[in-house]
Design a protein around this ligand. Structure first.
Ligand SMILES: NC(=O)c1ccc[n+]([C@@H]2O[C@H](COP(=O)([O-])OP(=O)(O)OC[C@H]3O[C@@H](n4cnc5c(N)ncnc54)[C@H](OP(=O)(O)O)[C@@H]3O)[C@@H](O)[C@H]2O)c1
Length: 249
């Protein structure tokens, strides 16, 4: 089966989104690259074009509902979208009350602002694929930032619910759940994590198979699954001990 020809990626100016754009860049493909930094997007677009793809830069904030609706409809009018990756996101280890609210705006409302116009474009032709960027933190935060984990749990359930709702209407929905990937978002915290390029290849392979959930790296996904399968008291104690050990360092 040929891969998607028209792809829109939010958060394409950095990390996983930029690596995904590069991975899909090939002759015959059109990439709509969305993010706030016009300069970084232009750099990624130039690299995609070097690989023979066409690319359009959409320098936008995903929290701007009207601008997102107009931009996605505009791209779809010129290059009917096969795949939309709702990837833009923010995270911080220490979440101030202000930042916790920004998280809701970007990771949750920004996703709605991406997915709703994408569905509007895809539903009449009963064809298209939407990828929702969640995280392994959506299953268990392990003492990580609560607002972020909450936003990713929302994304996971939202994507899973969309998949069920639109299964009979020709729209595929996949939920992507990375663990640690070495990107600007994780900086030093991603020791032992996957590279953004490997993450992009894993996501691309999972999307090609229309997997409902794409979780990686495998060992981290397995540990997360195990933590949820074990009794809550056991997991809770293990998390507390890990936190206490980190405070002694
Ligand atoms: N790295 C990991 O270990 C990991 C693990 C699990 C899940 N994830 C998820 O994967 C996604 C990508 O993360 P990453 O690690 O690649 O991070 P990253 O390198 O920091 O990239 C984040 C991207 O989101 C864009 N973005 C942020 N706020 C935006 C806004 N308001 N409007 C438009 N674009 C916005 C940024 O672009 P601009 O700055 O140009 O706006 C950037 O392109 C996120 O949703 C993240 O939560 C990452």
């Amino acid at each position: 089966m040929p891969g998607p020809a028209s792809i829109l990626i939010t958060g394409a100016s950095s990390g996983i989104g930029a690596a995904l754009a590069m991975s899909y860049a090939a002759p015959g493909a059109h990439l709509a690259l969305l993010g706030r930094s016009a300069q970084r997007l232009a750099e990624i677009a130039a690299r995609c074009k070097e690989r023979g793809a066409m690319a359009t830069v959409l320098a936008l904030d995903v929290t701007d509902q009207a601008a997102m609706k107009e931009a996605i409809a505009g791209i779809d009018g010129r290059y009917p979208l096969d795949l939309v990756v709702a990837n833009a996101g923010i995270a911080k280890n220490q979440e101030s009350p202000d930042f916790a609210r920004q998280l809701v705006g970007t990771n949750i409302v920004g996703m709605l602002n991406t997915v709703e116009p994408a569905l509007e474009a895809m539903l009449p032709r009963q064809r298209g694929h939407i990828a929702v960027m969640s995280s392994l933190a959506a299953f268990r935060a392990f003492g990580g930032p609560p607002g972020y984990a909450g936003s990713k749990a929302w994304a996971r359930l939202y994507g899973e619910a969309l998949r069920g709702r639109y299964a009979g209407k020709g729209i595929a929905v996949s939920v992507v759940c990375p663990g640690f990937v070495a990107t600007p978002m994780t900086q030093g915290a991603a020791k032992g994590g996957m590279s953004a390029e490997d993450a992009a290849e894993t996501i691309k392979a999972g999307l090609a198979r229309n997997l409902p959930r794409i979780s990686f790296p495998r060992d981290m996904a397995l540990r997360t699954w195990l933590a949820n399968a074990l009794p809550d008291w056991w997991t809770d104690r293990a998390i507390r001990r890990k936190w206490q050990a980190s405070q002694r360092k």
